[in-house]
Design a protein around this ligand. Structure first.
Ligand SMILES: [Zn+2]
Ligand SMILES: [Zn+2]
Ligand SMILES: [Zn+2]
Ligand SMILES: [Zn+2]
Ligand SMILES: [Zn+2]
Ligand SMILES: [Zn+2]
Ligand SMILES: [Zn+2]
Ligand SMILES: [Zn+2]
Length: 1838
């Protein structure tokens, strides 16, 4: 034993040693174990493991894990070991497991199971082109099915999993996994022991923290997961360990002597006991004994159901079942896998464990064992779920597992057969619902024995049953499993009793007195439950009952349905009439019955009658669905208002697209079946009775209604008639094919509104049309769509509203297929019916078919399936004909509560009757009751004349007075005759009589059944004050004559139909039209079908009709007319509003996008010239007064100030930069305008005097302030009170008044400041404007004088010194606003922050920014011209004056005034050295000429005479030209430079040498060659291939000078109102030169010489030499640096956003898993800056700085508070503007032109270039604020 001790000792020591020793030990042990006799090795290993894997040590100790890794690797490095094992991976499945939020794919083309999913890698490596696939974000988690041919077709496998057959993988060396086999069992045991130890029952008092236990175990479980990732080889080893029963037996109980193990094992046993898995065993013996007895037969059990309470019954079944199924088979766990799953459940499915268990699934042996184990624990799982506090998370995890197991048909069948999965599921479902049953209050509240689920229970409200139901639906989708289910009668019976728990749930009782206090929203739980728990399994089962061979299944289901229904009727105590004022929308038993019937007839060729019950049962069955239809009408007639809005919600849900197929459609179908088999008179009278309109159906002019208020009568009557029309015309289940149904659904949805593809997809009911699945032999959704609809591509409306791609009905669809009945059936919102009719009438108008208000068109129907022919009997029954006759009469007589709609429906019913004749023409087969009509055929009843009708009327009715008692005997006798002849009509009586008849016929015990209360024929309902008199009305009309009279009435013409009218009838043109057309069409149809009718019509028409009583002024008529008129007026008003709105939008656009509208500019030009003459008057948009802007009461322009970096983002290249979509691509910012200017200024500041530097450049490329206006003006004091009122306004519309933000009171454009208007004329005219003849040198001197005299601003002349006017105060205020607009860092570029020099630079740069931006908006040049009107709407002129007023505070030291250097040759001093230590000024050749221009203009007294402006421009042009020459000369090769120098020098003495570029070039070259020459640098760099020609030089010079010319010209345009002339691009130079007065007239374009624009005031060569010397004299500076400053790059391309790839997936795949460069994590919400490509963490705390999130932060750096971001996970763009943000929309659209926000549909998305251009345009034109609505504050949280 000593040896043993030694080993143990060694191992113990080793355990505490370092890694190296572990390695050594592992190597040695592996070698030992590899020997033939390995017993000592085994022992040593066991002892080592005993020490290392000690469960009494805390789990968090990672030492054990290190040991295991070392041992498993057998001395190798663990990483290397993993690699080696992976190389033996023989798995053919991918099996990658993912958790929630993972992005995966689903391909319906490749999927066999609808649950099939693929990981991105497998998807991208497979070929799915043209397939119906989508990307989705996983909710519950999932696993990749690639390689599993049970779940998907092999064609969709990726390359890797298609090729890998496992054969080319070498077999595994024996010793590779030897150590794993030895070590892992102990490791797993250790985990299990930890789990046993850590578990605490939920009901114990000690604090339960399962999470903590799991957290400590995290490394261990992760290690298991890591092992599974080594591939097939390792999974095989794990499977062996997990499923081996011997190993489990040996290890799990622990050795006797180990006390810990014993205690540990006891814990397991007690947990097992508590779980109920074992204890049931004992309980059930007793319980089951009580109730057994008839547990044998299913039928017996159902009988039992009727007698005892269902709850008891269920308990019995459940216990019975558990004893039979689960417990026999199950005592204790037999392998590691079983116990591991047990603990997984106990710990409520920890994510890591789930992932491990799922990762193992690619191993087939494992999968089978695991599935069995899962099924064995199924009941336990659901029980745990019900108790869980986090049922949502747990549900997801359960489904995550179960969907992997049950989607596989083979496996599902296997466990169904071996483990009774179906029994388990159904029983567990019953058991689950049993926990929340309550007594049903339907019908007989007190004695009801029916129980229903309580929808307000958490189980239903939280959808806790979902995983179970979803599993059930999943396994039923397999044919073989469904077959098992349908063949098992006791299962079916159980299932029906489950369904009956939902029958009649969520009962609504109509509130008659008070409004409900609390509107419960539980109804949605009820609808969801019926859909998910009842309807979905039903549809699942139905898919397997589609052929003749499955007839038996259907018969069985139908039988049990009827049995269960019968039990239900008995349980609720139903006899023949529904309890009043109750409705439940939930009749799943009815619906099961209906849908199986429909399938049986449609697909299985079964005879309907063989499946129908007796008449009595049919009458019962019809009651509840009919009750729902009547209640729908009641709800819409506001009879349920006291029940609150939720009842409307129920009515809407009932017909809504996701529910209609499982609710209203089966109900209507069932009613159709009943109608086709029941007596039609009974059916029709029942309908009117349920709709409560019986009292209304009298020919008396007045009546009393006991059940309805007067205002409810009309809508209820309309409802009843509409229902009858739907019932008799709908063919969805009565003969239409699936394709026809799909087409009709599509047409009705499209007629209501144009729809996007996704909306339409959502609105088409799923059954019987799987929306996207390609069903063989049938039309796909897409084909059908293209057959009925036209695609309207997404268009952009001015104003920025973005439309999506829409589908709209084709013209022929409107003409032939528009079906108002289908529309009514499918409308959730009533307004949709009106919308469809409006669109229909618009179509008719547009196509010239009908101009008036059309009636709903009549549509011919698909022929009825022979089984349902009985339905037409409804149209041919006396009761209906009496109703029709009565209603026609009432309408003609203008009785109360009649409407156009009533007439329309009545006519529809007549026409349906004419089109659907009963086959057997055997009239009067029965002896007809001696009343009203001779027979039942409509055609013969049409012309039957009714002479007298007996009615009961109130004593006050007009009829009573009229019918005075007859005086003469003849009259008396005729009266008696009439009395006998007079017809009586009572619907209720009729129905009761029929009912009795049927009952008697079918049931000998009828007397017992008929409700004793119902006293046979009562005309007046009890309770009505019977103040009625019987009167006899003389009618003498037939339906036909009434129709003709109504025709006259509608056309307001007597004799509207001539006798010969029928002869020239043409039916075809009568499809569309109004009521007149409809009557004509009916008359024609009737005449065509019967010559007797034809004759009657001719008779009636031929008769000279008695004058129709003037009906025009009758109150009803007036009412309808008024109504119509009102509607018309409302429509007109709306139209006007819309037009107004449109024009306002248009004007928005014009102001916003100045550039875009040359037409309007030209038009406004005329007005502008007049204004120039007099003082400008401004309209104040607040007070409405008009007047000049004065010092005292200044007016101001409404402006929006915003910081902008648009200019700074310009590049040299015209091509936009590409967005990187791989790690290899990058964006470099160095070549942008902003960076270039920064570099330049910094370089200058190194060498030159700071104040001089700050005058030699402009800033504001980044963060410059842009000023724009809507053009509206207001008094500044008015504005102040306006702001005050806004501040008090509680409702702030997304802007903050405190920051000065407001919207223009007139146009609502966003603004944040007011720019004061300068008094006086808008632009300077007259003397200021006239051309001058003064000599150049005179002007130069005058300018110099003006600059000296930086005198007071002219407007202040009138003011006493010291007192500031209101105007100047306001001007100072706006300057403050401007400064506050941008960040400090964009203002302080100088070395002394806040110095006046800085301020000076900032001020003139504001002018520069605005000029440059205007240039950008004009397209980068001035070729398109522009009238001064543009200047009027621009605020540059006003801005200039404000800036100028502010700038006069500064003075430029005259010693440094650049004007001197520009116009005078000064005594040359030694530059650089002269001021001692002080730095030199910036040489003229380094200075930015446009900046100089702005400085000069702004610092001279205002207004500036134009001659002086022109003079300044001319002098500056000289400098600009010289700079151009200097820059050009550096580009020459030395030889070329020499050549040009020489050739130019020769011409120096020619006549116009001063304006010859050759001479000047030569001069510059020779000057710059002196001393510290810039030419020294580029000797090697210049590799000019082409030789410079005079032409190319001229071109280059012009290009160099053009930006300056443009800017000057634009400035002149704004200051002096000059028009800009449009020109060709190649003529721009000359055009601008002429405009600026540099050239007197434009020469032909190709002969323009830029040098000829030069005008020198002093000696040219001396001045140029002076400028050059400034450069060459810079000794401190290196030549390269001089060169950089000398060669300016004034040309910038238009600002562009990044170029995006066409396919969104490219962006998504790269960026959705890219890590942020700042926090190194993959952001939850990644976003991308579309300006510069920066990737940021939207909303991420990780990248927050000083409370500001990264996105907002970036918008400040990148866009001076404007940011454009693409949200990667949503495909949507958001705009950040300052403290606000808005959702802009998406630039990526799917194939149907639709956005897919949040990638919900996951269809491929493509770049919409047009939208992207609009986005870019809005960015460049700074119009985000104006065009986008719905801004909100972001609180720095983005
Ligand atoms: Zn995969
Ligand atoms: Zn794959
Ligand atoms: Zn595919
Ligand atoms: Zn005003
Ligand atoms: Zn405005
Ligand atoms: Zn950016
Ligand atoms: Zn970040
Ligand atoms: Zn981050």
């Amino acid at each position: 034993t000593s040896a043993n001790d030694d080993v143990t000792c060694q191992c113990m020591m080793a355990a505490s040693l370092g890694r190296r020793d572990k390695k050594a030990t592992a190597t040695r042990l592996k070698a030992d174990l590899n020997r033939t006799d390995n017993s000592s090795g085994v022992r040593q290993l066991q002892e080592l493991l005993d020490a290392v894997l000690n469960p009494e040590k805390p789990a968090a100790d990672t030492e054990a894990l290190d040991w295991c890794k070392c041992l498993i690797a057998g001395g190798e490095g663990f990483e290397d070991f993993c690699k080696t094992v992976r190389s033996y991976d023989n798995a053919t499945l991918c099996g990658l497991v993912w958790t929630a939020n993972f992005v995966a794919y689903r391909c319906r083309t490749c999927g066999i199971s609808p649950c099939m999913s693929l990981c991105a890698e497998c998807f991208n490596n497979g070929d799915h082109t043209g397939h119906d696939f989508n990307m989705f974000r996983s909710q519950a988690g999932g696993a990749c099915d690639c390689g599993d041919s049970n779940v998907m077709r092999e064609s969709g496998f990726c390359r890797r999993h298609r090729l890998r057959t496992g054969e080319n993988v070498p077999s595994i060396p024996r010793d590779l996994l030897l150590m794993s086999e030895m070590v892992l069992p102990r490791f797993i045991l250790c985990i299990i022991q930890y789990l046993r130890d850590g578990y605490i029952e939920p009901d114990t008092s000690t604090e339960r923290d399962l999470q903590k236990v799991l957290q400590q175990l995290e490394p261990q479980i992760s290690f298991l997961e890591e092992l599974t990732k080594m591939g097939g080889a390792m999974r095989t080893v794990l499977t062996k360990i997990l499923t081996n029963q011997q190993t489990f037996k040996d290890l799990s109980m622990g050795q006797e002597e180990n006390l810990y193990a014993k205690r540990n094992y006891d814990k397991y046993l007690s947990a097992l006991k508590n779980s109920g898995l074992v204890s049931v065993e004992e309980k059930c013996h007793g319980a089951a004994a009580d109730v057994t007895g008839d547990a044998e037969g299913g039928a017996g059990a159902v009988v039992l159901l009727g007698k005892t309470t269902i709850t008891l019954y269920i308990k019995h079944i459940f216990i019975n079942f558990l004893s039979a199924v689960a417990v026999n088979d199950f005592k204790k766990h037999k392998c590691f896998l079983e116990e591991l799953l047990f603990w997984t459940i106990k710990y409520e499915f920890p994510q890591k464990m789930v992932t491990f268990l799922l990762n193992m699934l690619p191993d087939q042996d494992y999968k089978i064992t695991f599935t069995k184990t899962f099924v064995q624990h199924y009941a336990f799982i659901m029980k745990t779920l019900m108790k869980s506090h986090e049922s949502d998370t747990m549900s997801n995890r359960i489904v995550h597992i179960s969907v992997q197991l049950f989607s596989n048909e083979e496996l599902a069948r296997h466990v169904t057969e071996e483990c009774q999965l179906l029994d388990i599921m159904v029983t567990v479902l019953l058991y689950m619902m049993e926990s929340c049953l309550i007594k049903s209050e339907l019908q007989d509240e007190e004695n009801s024995r029916h129980v229903v689920v309580n929808c307000s229970e958490a189980l239903l409200k939280n959808n806790t049953y979902w995983p179970l139901v979803s599993d059930f639906i999943n396994i039923l989708s397999h044919q073989s499993v469904a077959k098992n289910f349908l063949e098992d009668h006791s299962l079916l019976m159980l299932w029906m009793s489950f369904v009956s728990f939902f029958q009649g749930m969520n009962l609504n009782k109509r509130e008659l007195n008070e409004h409900v206090e609390f509107e419960s929203q539980t109804y949605y739980a009820a609808f969801a439950a019926e859909l998910e728990a009842c309807a979905q399994p039903m549809w699942g089962l139905l898919t397997h009952c589609k052929v003749k061979e499955t007839q038996e299944y259907t018969k069985t289901v139908v039988r049990y349905c009827l049995e269960t229904l019968q039990i239900w009727f008995d349980a609720i105590g139903f006899i023949d009439e529904p309890a009043p004022n109750q409705v439940t929308f939930h009749l799943p038993l009815h619906r099961y019955y209906a849908m199986f019937l429909s399938k049986a007839v449609k697909c299985q060729g079964l005879d309907l009658d063989s499946l129908l019950p007796d008449q009595e049962m049919l009458m019962k069955i019809m009651v509840h669905p009919l009750q729902i239809q009547a209640c729908l009408s009641e709800i819409h007639s506001n009879m349920w208002v006291r029940n609150g809005l939720q009842i409307k919600g129920q009515a809407m849900t009932y017909v809504q697209s996701h529910f209609c197929n499982s609710m209203i459609d089966p109900d209507i179908y069932l009613l159709q079946v009943c109608a086709s088999r029941l007596d039609p008179d009974y059916f029709i009278s029942s309908v009117f009775e349920r709709f409560k309109v019986v009292d209304l159906l009298t020919m008396a002019s007045q009546h009393q209604n006991a059940v309805l208020d007067s205002e409810q009568e009309r809508p209820m009557l309309e409802g009843a008639l509409t229902f009858l029309v739907i019932l008799t015309s709908l063919r969805v289940h009565l003969g239409m094919t699936d394709d026809e149904i799909l087409r009709a659904e599509m047409v009705s949805q499209l007629c209501m509104n144009d729809r996007t593809h996704s909306a339409l997809l959502d609105l088409i009911p799923e059954n019987p049309n799987p929306k996207s699945g390609i069903v063989p032999g049938s039309c796909s959704f897409e084909e059908m769509l293209s057959a009925v609809a036209d695609f309207k591509a997404p268009v952009f409306e001015p104003g920025g509203s973005m439309q999506q791609g829409m589908y709209t009905p084709k013209a022929e669809v409107w003409e032939k297929e528009f079906d108002p009945i289908m529309v009514v059936l499918r409308t959730v919102y009533r307004r949709d019916v009106q919308s469809a009719m409006d669109r229909y009438s618009a179509f008719l108008k547009q196509s010239g078919i009908h101009t008036g208000n059309p009636w709903p068109p009549y549509k011919e129907r698909t022929p009825l399936h022979p089984c349902y022919k009985g339905l037409t009997k409804l149209l041919h029954c006396k009761t209906l004909h009496i109703v029709i006759f009565t209603l026609l009469y009432k309408i003609w007589m203008d009785h109360q509560n009649m409407s156009e709609h009533v007439l329309c429906m009545v006519l529809y019913l007549i026409e349906l009757g004419l089109d659907n004749q009963v086959q057997d023409n055997k009239e009067d087969e029965e002896h007809c009751h001696d009343s009203w009509f001779p027979g039942t055929n409509l055609l013969s009843n049409l012309h039957h004349v009714i002479n007298f009708v007996r009615v009961r009327v109130p004593e006050t009715a007009p009829e009573v007075k009229r019918e005075a008692p007859p005086s003469t005997s003849t009259e008396a006798s005729s009266y008696g005759q009439n009395l006998r002849e007079a017809q009586v009509f009572s619907l209720v009586a009729e129905r009761r009589r029929k009912f009795q008849e049927i009952i008697n016929r079918s049931n000998t015990e009828a007397t017992q059944v008929v409700r004793p209360k119902s006293s046979s024929t009562r005309w007046v309902p009890p309770g009505t004050p019977p103040q009625l008199v019987t009167e006899i009305l003389e009618i003498r009309e037939s339906m036909l004559s009434l129709l003709i009279k109504l025709h006259q009435k509608l056309s307001s013409k007597q004799n509207s139909l001539s006798a010969s009218w029928l002869e020239d009838m043409d039916t075809s043109r009568h499809t569309h039209g109004d009521g007149i057309t409809a009557i004509e069409r009916i008359l024609t149809k009737a005449a065509m079908r019967s010559c007797q009718i034809k004759r009657s019509i001719q008779d009636i028409c031929g008769k000279v009709c008695p004058p129709v009583p003037p009906k025009k002024n009758s109150p009803t008529d007036k009412k309808t007319m008024d109504k119509e008129e009102r509607r018309q007026r409302a429509r007109e008003r709306q139209q006007k509003l819309l037009a107004e709105f449109a024009s306002r939008q248009k004007s928005f656009m014009e102001t916003a996008m100045d550039v875009e509208s040359p037409d309007t500019e030209a038009a406004m030009d005329l007005g502008a010239s007049e204004v120039m003459e007099s003082e400008v008057l401004y309209d104040c948009v607040i007070c409405g007064q008009s007047g000049p802007s004065t010092e005292d009461r200044p007016t101001g322009l409404v402006v929006l100030l915003q910081a902008s970096s648009v200019l700074g983002h310009r590049c040299k290249s015209k091509e936009a930069k590409k967005l990187p979509t791989s790690d290899e691509e990058h964006i470099y910012a160095a070549d942008t305008c902003g960076v270039a200017h920064d570099v330049r200024l910094t370089l200058m500041q190194q060498f030159f005097k700071d104040s001089s530097c700050l005058q030699s450049v402009s800033i504001g490329w980044d963060g410059g302030v842009y000023v724009q206006t809507c053009g509206h003006t207001l008094h500044i004091d008015c504005h102040k009170s306006y702001m005050e009122s806004l501040r008090n306004d509680q409702v702030l519309q997304g802007f903050s008044v405190d920051k000065g933000e407001f919207t223009c009171p007139l146009c609502r454009q966003f603004a944040n400041s007011v720019l004061p208007c300068r008094p006086g004329r808008e632009t300077e005219a007259g003397a200021w404007h006239t051309p001058t003849n003064k000599k150049t040198f005179v002007l130069v001197k005058e300018v110099e004088d003006l600059q000296e005299k930086l005198g007071p601003f002219p407007v202040s002349f009138t003011i006493q010194p010291g007192t500031e006017s209101n105007l100047s105060k306001e001007m100072e205020l706006v300057i403050k606003d401007i400064k506050n607009t941008t960040q400090k860092k964009y203002m302080d570029y100088g070395k002394n922050p806040g110095s006046p020099d800085n301020d000076f630079l900032f001020m003139y740069s504001v002018a520069r920014t605005n000029l440059e931006l205007e240039l950008v908006h004009r397209g980068g040049n001035l070729c398109s011209g522009g009238a001064s009107a543009a200047a009027k709407r621009s605020c540059l002129n006003q801005l200039f004056h404000v800036l100028a007023m502010h700038m006069r505070l500064y003075s430029i030291d005259s010693a440094y005034n650049p004007w001197t250097k520009l116009t005078q040759v000064t005594q040359m001093e030694l530059t650089g050295e002269c001021f001692g230590n002080e730095r030199p000024e910036v040489p003229m050749l380094f200075r930015d000429v446009p900046s100089l221009l702005i400085i000069f203009v702004l610092t001279m007294p205002q207004p500036l005479r134009k001659e002086h402006f022109t003079c300044v421009v001319k002098m500056l042009y000289n400098l600009q030209f010289t700079q151009a020459l200097a820059a050009l000369s550096t580009k020459f090769s030395p030889e070329e430079r020499q050549a040009w120098s020489t050739s130019g020098a020769l011409k120096k003495n020619a006549a116009n040498a001063e304006t010859s570029f050759e001479v000047l070039l030569s001069h510059v070259i020779s000057e710059l060659s002196k001393d510290n020459s810039v030419y020294k640098v580029n000797a090697e760099e210049t590799l000019m291939v082409s030789v410079w020609s005079p032409q190319s030089i001229e071109f280059s010079l012009q290009q160099f000078c053009l930006p300056f010319l443009r800017l000057s010209c634009l400035l002149q345009h704004h200051l002096y109102g000059d028009n800009l002339t449009s020109c060709l691009e190649e003529e721009e130079f000359s055009s601008l030169a002429v405009c600026l007065g540099l050239l007197s007239s434009a020469p032909p374009s190709n002969t323009v010489h830029s040098a000829s624009c030069l005008k020198w005031a002093v000696s040219t060569f001396d001045l140029v030499s002076q400028w050059c010397t400034e450069v060459t004299g810079l000794f401190q500076m290196q030549a390269e640096q001089s060169l950089t400053l000398l060669v300016q790059e004034p040309q910038w391309a238009s600002p562009r956003l990044l170029q995006l790839p066409d396919n969104y997936n490219i962006i998504f795949q790269y960026y959705h898993r890219k890590a942020c460069t700042a926090c190194k994590k993959v952001p939850k919400d990644p976003a991308l800056c579309l300006v510069c490509g920066t990737f940021v963490c939207l909303k991420g705390v990780c990248c927050k700085q000083q409370g500001i999130c990264e996105c907002v932060l970036h918008s400040q750096h990148c866009g001076a508070a404007t940011g454009i971001f693409l949200l990667i996970n949503a495909s949507v763009i958001i705009i950040i503007r300052g403290h606000r943000f808005c959702l802009w929309g998406s630039v990526y659209l799917d194939a149907h032109g639709e956005e897919d926000r949040d990638l919900r549909r996951g269809k491929p998305l493509f770049l919409c270039e047009e939208r992207y251009r609009v986005l870019e345009q809005q960015w460049v034109s700074h119009t985000f604020d104006h065009i986008n609505k719905r801004w909100g504050p972001h609180y720095n949280g983005l």
